[in-house]
Design a binder for this molecule. Sequence first.
Ligand code: NAD
Ligand code: MG
Length: 379
Amino acid sequence: MTRTISILGATGSIGRQSLEVIAACGIRTAALTTNRNVKLLEEQCRCFLPELAVAFDPQAAAELKIRLADTPVRVAQGMDGLLEAAALPQADTVLTAVVGMVGLRPTLAAIAQGKRIALANKETLVCAGELVMEEATRCGAQIVPVDSEHSALFQCLQGNRDRGEVKRLILTCSGGPFFGKSAEELQGITRADALQHPNWSMGAKITVDSATLMNKGLEFIEAMRLYQMPPEKILIAIHRESIIHSLVEYCDNAILAQLGTPDMRLPIQYALTWPERCPGPAKELDLFSCPPLTFARPDLETFRCLKLALKAAERGGLACAVLNGANEAAVGLFLQEKIGFCEIADRVAQALSRVPQGDHRDLDAILAADQLARKIALQ
Ligand code: NAD
Ligand code: MG
């Protein structure tokens, strides 16, 4: 059970919802960080009074310092600030809710201190999952998932002592806003179209990933790393209603599922309170007003990003780091309206045609593969 927490990315969608959970559960804060949303971070600091506030952007940090001058909150900046926030001794848990690979080094810093990692920042596990999981084992740090599907799997795996009894993990997928569309229909998708998600309200990058289904590909790799499962033991099922958050099928053909309203506050809270549970702000699910639950196979030919991610997962080595880096860069271009929706997959495919050789457990090799992939995707 978490008593004191540092939140990396406190001003984002996950960060803001986690502060609601923390207020409800009486958890204290040690550090809160943002990229440059200092107005919101100031409000959060006045409300939660952490020891440390960090703005990654130096100009934003200077402004934050002025804003918080009359409070006891100390201000830091940049990667050094994030690393300090991740390793503050008072916190027993670090919630990693920054978006993108920028979360990797802070996650490793928190792991080195043996802290519980409530992990939302899936890009970190995709680009460096083997390294992160090995470091966690070596340092005795628990990694507890925040992603709703992985939290569902984690909940369905409670009490399972022998991973050999697990036949497969079944990841559910809403299908995103463009479910059922043809490849031609995807051509004209704009930024505004892609930022509408039917069931979840999230940050811009993950919302685009949910529209291309790259998000499910990243989650597939995330599940492989978290639960040490080979790709053939993970199945993706389109489930439009987002009521079943994922399932575990055991060797006796029993299938366990976790159900709930699509409300991230529940998986966030479970990551903080595990192995305990307590009442919290997540909305109740009324079974009698649920729509019928449906399941379908994903369309890998139309949603090429998902197919590319599954290929990278199969291939291993530095391919997942390349996939992630190229996707982050390409989604950035799409959000700036510099490339079209379907070009995201084109750019990721180009980067994946040039995966460097190297040790995928070595941080420098991972960072170099990430940089190369971004360069190719931005060309
Ligand atoms: P968001 O864009 O709403 O928030 C991102 C946070 O990270 C903000 O606080 C921002 O200030 C900070 N940040 C961004 N760039 C940074 C940088 N370069 N350096 C330091 N800080 C930076 O994103 P989100 O939707 O909250 O998602 C956060 C993470 O959680 C992502 O990895 C996402 O995949 C994962 N996740 C989100 C959801 C969801 O429902 N939103 C669900 C599952 C997993
Ligand atoms: Mg998810």
